[in-house]
Design a protein around this ligand. Structure first.
Ligand SMILES: [Zn+2]
Length: 170
């Protein structure tokens, strides 16, 4: 956790302190951090490591948004159970190993076999520019397109290229 998160939305230290509102607030702040870091470096020349970090910031923004959005809706549509649901999520996150176990159970509940060999195969395309596997491209991104050669992030850099060049000429 960084200072901004501590300042605006301290992450609960005990499960008893957890409410849906607190978790939604924390995820919103974390998501915004990821988003602002991603937008601040948009279109700039970057090393491969910087690019990977940017990708990560975008993913954090998207994932945190999704969790915050669900929690906010739970507060509206399942008010009486909202805090209980949030405590459940917190407890699973707190106990690291639970995440893998729960994902395993969830998969089985969808009729998907977690032990299938295909999970270990690299059968996905990668972005020609940054090498990010297609299955890790942010699906909520407006520039997401299955079967395209570049991930949304790299396509966005292309779109910004002209603007960047103009800036450099000044
Ligand atoms: Zn890319």
């Amino acid at each position: 956790m960084t200072t901004d998160t501590d300042k605006f939305a301290p992450w609960p230290t005990e499960v008893d302190e957890v409410t849906a509102d607190k978790l939604a607030r924390s995820y919103t702040v974390m998501g915004w951090q990821g988003w602002t870091r991603w937008t601040a470096t948009r279109g700039k020349d970057q090393s491969e490591a910087d690019k990977n970090l940017r990708e990560m910031c975008l993913h954090i923004a998207i994932d945190c948004f999704a969790v915050a959005d669900v929690l906010r809706n739970v507060q509206i549509y399942a008010k009486d159970h909202a805090d209980e649901i949030a405590k459940d999520v917190y407890a699973a996150l707190d106990e690291g190993g639970a995440v893998g176990e729960l994902l395993y159970d969830f998969l089985r509940s969808y009729g998907i076999d977690p032990a299938e060999d295909e999970w270990r195969e690299e059968a996905v395309n990668s972005c020609v520019t940054c090498d990010l596997p297609e299955d890790e491209w942010p699906p909520f991104d407006l520039l997401f397109a299955v079967g395209s050669s570049k991930c949304p992030d790299c396509k966005r850099v292309d779109l910004n290229e002209q603007a960047t060049r103009q800036n450099a000429e000044r």
